[in-house]
Ligand binder design. Sequence first.
Ligand code: SF4
Length: 442
Amino acid sequence: MKYFIQTYGCQMNYSDSERITTILHKMGYTKTDGFQDADLIILNTCSVKQKAEDRIYGLGEIFAPMKKKNPNLKIGITGCMIREASGIRNEVKHDVFRIMPTIDFVFQIKDLMQLPEILHKLHHTEGAEEVKDLCSYFHIDPTVTNLAQVFIPISSGCNNFCSYCIVPYARGREECRPMADILDEVKKAAKREAKEINLVGQNVNTYKPDDTDPESGESPFAQLLRKIDTVEGVDRIRFYTVHPKDMTDDVINLYGELKSMVPHIHLPIQSGSATVLKRMNRHYTPDRLRELVQKLRARLPDMSISTDIIVGFCGETEEEFMESCNLIEELKIDLIYVSKYSERKGTLASEKYKDDVPAEVKKDRFFRITELMKNISHEYNQQFKGEKVKILVERIRKGYADGKTPEFKMARFKADDPKLIGKYVTIKVDKPMEWCLEGKAV
Ligand code: SF4
């Protein structure tokens, strides 16, 4: 039987899909490249905006004729859209079944170990018993698709309850993975020639497994980074997501000390306004952000900093929005993932505040903050003109090979050989643009 997994959203979801894939392979499913000839479709969803959920609901219509053609076809949903019980349509109640009658089952990612049982009931597949031995989500060896850049979960779930966010309801409370397990996965990846290790968790700074060394004097996350840095073959470590309230000095101090800590951090600030941050339940102030950036740049003066910003959050005034713009300019943040606020039912914000910023105002703020970022990024990128940068090639597209520099800058050069994917190439930059550095391989 053939399966197809469609993944949406963040790196965590892509990492989860690699674990789902392992289970399916163990149960005898084989991969196919699209919906059309699949007997099993799993949608690993994102719920960060209503638009993302609507896109999934829109698929309901195309599934009906597919099921007519292939009565054996079963369709399931996981990811952040599933915030209630996992199970099969006639066994559990879930809104998704009402809105999409073509869906057969749903499962929360924390219930991944129930998937074999669900599939056994629906498809009478064998192997459900064997897969049970995998014990838990973290014990599943992922089926890695990109050997050069791997995403390794260090925790799952979140205890923070930022007022706009649905994740704690979908993934549950934070669960940390033993350090020894993570190191095993890193070593396996390094043996397969992984060059970049991306550690993922909802809040990497609160990582606190049972096998922490209490004598070390460092936070568990700093201990983990030190250990990974010693694994042979690991060149670059990145991590997502940092929480500004929990970022510790010992982690900051590893920049410039550990060889694999790249000169880039993704520091999601969400807003530069103290009053908006309070409504968002983020538990830090703009001054705390200033202090963090100052400490980071004291370690690495040219460090690149990217961030997430939500524009048009409940009650955001023009003044509050301008506080975000001013802070971004002040801190020289050179890459922003901007999103327009979208109310998620069940979150604290949806119960406490009104989604009262008009759509056209959100759109205007989105545009203005993006323009601001373009200017900062263009200015930052000029420092690379005439310089050599080492990129890890990610893809070949339209006659170019492109990948990221250690600073997380997209860079490209003319090439069409797919064998370059996953390899380091040094280029001399002759054209630094706002989104990309272009140059020639040297
Ligand atoms: S830290 Fe906040 S934004 Fe991040 S997953 Fe947890 S609740 Fe959501």
